[in-house]
Design a binder for this molecule. Structure first.
Ligand code: FAD
Length: 403
């Protein structure tokens, strides 16, 4: 086993300090206004995005030749922990899900024409996009059961299907739609990813599906979408026909790590709020910080956050080296999703009723955290992936080892 130094270099530390300063100056003070999710908030987002570009911090998930500001996954992990401290950070710095994942997939697999037409305005922040895979009628955990069909008719695909949880579809310019193109193929070769402009006749954004009591607006929506006889040119095929699942893995692997990087920021922020408040608030003759239960929450949280951080950096490093890191990605996805929830929940508990108000960011953070155990694969599926790989190795006579 090689031990790699995952600590940030001086350059990364300097860049991270600039991101932190940007968040402190531009994002945290504007959170209450952004949370209102109205027209004024939309205009504010645009002003803040201009400031991020001006500061040279725009789109840190992509290299400069793709329109971004950074090429290393490991460096992005360090930056994203700062960006993720606020749910608005990713949107303001132009690296929000699902656009970041769509941008990466277009960068790696798009044709020159697709890059010009779809990637360029996406990375510039002029348009948003969505990723349309999950369907209400079949289990998203097992996408080999997808029903949305794309049938070839001359130079066009004709798409019919029903999706939901297409995040950010309201107001987006285009979606990447996963559709079955050959139902008779091997289950993992049946589907293809197709770029669908949102204004194509037959695309209907039925409704944003309210989640945890939140309708959302634009980027924060999770939409039900119907595709009825939607015609797009075959040039809109992303990658090869039948390669939809392979590309979804390419997209979702790094995408899951993007999430975990941001969750680290959320965990750390909740942790800091818990520590500060426990020193301030007194009950039964002394500060909460002196109660052993609270000390246990603080110690457990510190250990779990640091474990998540090191696992994330290790995975990011492996991805930088060209490794798909399938086990590491699944491991950190389910582990960090639980830590995220538990740390925020402990911070809420420490704050008592105040933890449920909007006077701290904790209540909103807790609501967002619950979805983490479901989106991009529920915990149970990631555990299954990890256990299967480990057992396969044992069955072949090799004890499992991390590289
Ligand atoms: C906030 C949010 C945003 C999302 N954004 C998008 C998006 O932009 N685009 C998109 O296409 N989708 C999106 N999704 C959908 C998401 O990817 C799916 O919800 C997820 O894949 C699970 O699919 P499902 O909801 O159909 O649950 P199902 O597949 O029906 O599973 C239900 C439950 O069954 C259990 N289960 C499943 N398989 C197993 C197993 N093998 N062993 C044990 N238990 C199991 C799990 O507990 C799981 O939660 C989003 C979801 C959320 C919550």
């Amino acid at each position: 086993m090689t031990i790699t130094d995952l600590r940030p270099t001086d350059d990364t530390l300097e860049l991270r300090a600039r991101v932190r300063a940007f968040m402190e100056e531009h994002v945290y003070p504007n959170e209450p206004a952004l949370n209102r999710e109205d027209e004024a908030a939309d205009a504010l987002v645009e002003r803040l995005r201009a400031a991020a570009k001006e500061a040279g911090l725009w789109a840190p998930h992509l290299p400069p030749e793709a329109g971004g500001s950074n090429g290393s996954f490991l460096v992005y992990a360090h930056l994203n922990e700062e960006i993720g401290r606020s749910v608005w950070g990713q949107l303001v710095l132009g690296c929000q899900a699902p656009d970041a994942g769509n941008g990466e997939i277009l960068w790696h697999f798009g044709t020159d024409e697709q890059k010009e037409r779809f990637l360029k305005p996406l990375v510039a922040g002029d348009v948003r996009s969505f990723f349309s895979m999950t369907e209400p009628e079949v289990p998203g955990s097992d996408p080999t059961t997808l029903r949305t069909r794309a049938v070839r008719d001359g130079d066009e695909w004709v798409i019919d299907g029903h999706k939901w949880f297409s995040s950010g579809a309201e107001g987006a310019a285009f979606g990447v739609v996963m559709a079955v193109t050959d139902p008779d193929e091997h289950p993992h070769k049946r589907a293809t990813q197709i770029i669908v402009p949102a204004d194509t006749p037959g695309v209907e954004i039925v409704r944003p599906v309210p989640t945890m009591g939140h309708r959302g607006r634009g980027w924060t929506t999770h939409c039900e979408v119907r595709y009825s006889g939607v015609r797009v040119p075959v040039e809109n095929t992303l990658g090869e026909v039948g390669d939809g699942f392979r590309m979804a893995q390419k997209r979702l692997g790094p995408g899951r790590i993007h999430h975990v990087m941001r969750w680290l920021g959320q965990m750390q922020r909740a942790f800091e709020l818990m520590c500060s408040y426990s020193l301030e608030r007194e009950a039964f003759g002394g500060p909460l910080a002196e109660k052993q239960t609270v000390q246990n929450w603080i110690a457990d949280s510190a250990a779990e956050i640091q474990a998540c951080r090191l696992m994330t950096l290790d995975t990011a490093h492996k991805i930088d080296q060209g490794d798909e890191a399938r086990v590491e990605v699944s491991l950190i996805k389910f582990f960090a999703a639980r830590v995220l929830h538990d740390v925020i929940d402990r911070a809420v508990q420490t704050h008592g009723a105040r933890g449920l108000t909007d006077e701290t960011p904790l209540a909103a953070m807790l609501a967002m955290a619950r979805g983490a155990r479901i989106y991009d694969g529920p915990d149970e599926v990631h555990r299954m992936v990890v256990a299967r790989r480990i057992l396969k190795s044992f069955a072949a006579g090799d004890a499992w080892q991390f590289s």
